[in-house]
Design a protein around this ligand. Structure first.
Ligand code: MG
Length: 382
């Protein structure tokens, strides 16, 4: 398929940190995607969660299924806009690699623990995973991904950290945009979680259909489904509604972005970076609808008392783990012990501990906490 002039292409890529020969059969961004799928951090996404803890039910989204949904949505949009699907997919699959266990509460807790040592940002950690922490190649640390994939992974970044990131951080300082593939992956992330959180929230009984009738984006589709299929079982009704909601926002996103691109006419990926505004966006009315849905989820789902209880427990686990390792680094497993031994100063030592904790899955963190703190686990060792 022909790429639009503003799409990313192998020929225009800024390349890899460690130069490598081109593959005879795969494009550069296909290789990035493949490297991400084969890395350990990607497999861990299966046991990490965003809102619900993994063991609460087998049907809830994990970060792995979330990332697959993001990739699916992002690829559809990318193809419709003539963008590079492989790059879009690579960014989508890698976007959550740096997340801690227990979703946002885990990230906030670890950031708090690390406040004296430079803090913890999950976007930066995703970059750290693919640049430093993965150990899969003889010749370089990390996965040696292309600039464009790493640019897409670094969705947000504080100015303080941006200054330390060279070419990759400069767009945050110069207020430039990332490529369109990164912009698509970013919005696809939001489309995926807004919709799957409704599904998971309803299944778990934290939110009710009656409440959602006040949310325009949901209600408009739900009423249509009810009218067309009055006998439909409730769960199928929900799934049919969510399917239509995703379609509604994705079609709007494609059509609105296509007209923005037609108006702005960026001649290249650099033209996109210099456009002064994102060129992938919903129309104004749908943007308002999405905001209202996010507000609803924030007030009714993410702040639900059962979610808050779980978040509090998660934060306690992260705090306990961090404190106990800072007090005595000899409690770390050997591979991290060696890294501590090779590190200089408290900040580097704390970073090794943060890497260890951030890499944990939800259940690993729960077990590790029990091994270190539960008296009944005394006989289990580590
Ligand atoms: Mg995500």
């Amino acid at each position: 398929m022909t790429l639009a002039p503003y799409a990313a292409s192998d020929a225009m890529s800024r390349g890899r940190q460690h130069p490598e020969q081109a593959s005879p059969y795969r494009s550069e961004y296909q290789r990035d995607r493949d490297r991400i799928i084969h890395c350990a951090a990607f497999r861990r996404l299966e046991y990490k969660t965003q809102v619900f803890v993994n063991h609460e039910g087998d049907l809830f989204r994990t970060r792995l299924t979330h990332s697959l949904e993001v990739a699916q949505i992002a690829r559809s949009v990318a193809r419709a806009l003539g963008l590079n699907e492989d790059l879009t997919e690579a960014i989508s699959l890698a976007h959550d690699l740096g997340h801690t266990p227990f979703g946002h509460s885990g990230q906030d807790a670890l950031n708090h623990c690390m406040r004296a040592y430079g803090g913890f940002e999950h976007n930066l950690q995703s970059l750290r995973v693919v640049e430093v922490l993965e150990e899969r190649y003889a010749e370089f640390p990390g996965l040696n991904l292309t600039f464009e994939t790493r640019e897409g992974i670094l969705k947000h970044c504080s100015l303080k950290h941006a200054k330390q990131l060279g070419e990759l951080g400069s767009r945050f300082i110069e207020r430039k945009q990332p490529g369109l593939e990164a912009q698509v992956a970013n919005i696809a992330d939001e489309v995926a979680y807004n919709n799957h959180d409704i599904d998971d929230g309803l299944r778990y009984g934290l939110i009710e259909i009656e409440q959602l009738r006040a949310v325009e984006l949901f209600a408009a589709q739900y009423v249509q489904v009810e009218q067309k299929y009055p006998e439909l079982a409730p769960r199928r009704c929900v799934h049919e509604t969510i399917r239509r909601m995703i379609n509604h926002v994705v079609v709007d996103l494609i059509e609105n972005s296509a007209s923005m691109l037609a108006a702005d006419k960026p001649g290249s990926m650099d033209g996109v970076r210099d456009a002064g505004k994102p060129l992938v966006a919903y129309s104004e009315p749908v943007s308002e609808q999405v905001l209202a849905l996010k507000r609803f989820l924030r007030e009714n789902l993410y702040q639900h008392y059962t979610v808050r209880r779980m978040s509090r427990k998660a934060a306690r686990i992260i705090n306990d783990l961090f404190s106990v390792f800072v007090e005595d680094v000899r409690l770390l497993p050997p591979q991290y012990g060696h890294k501590v031994a090779a590190s200089e100063g408290n900040a580097q030592r704390a970073r090794v501990i943060a890497d260890y904790i951030a890499g944990m899955t939800d259940r690993y963190a729960i077990h590790e906490h029990a091994r270190l703190f539960s008296p009944t686990e005394l006989t289990r060792g580590s």
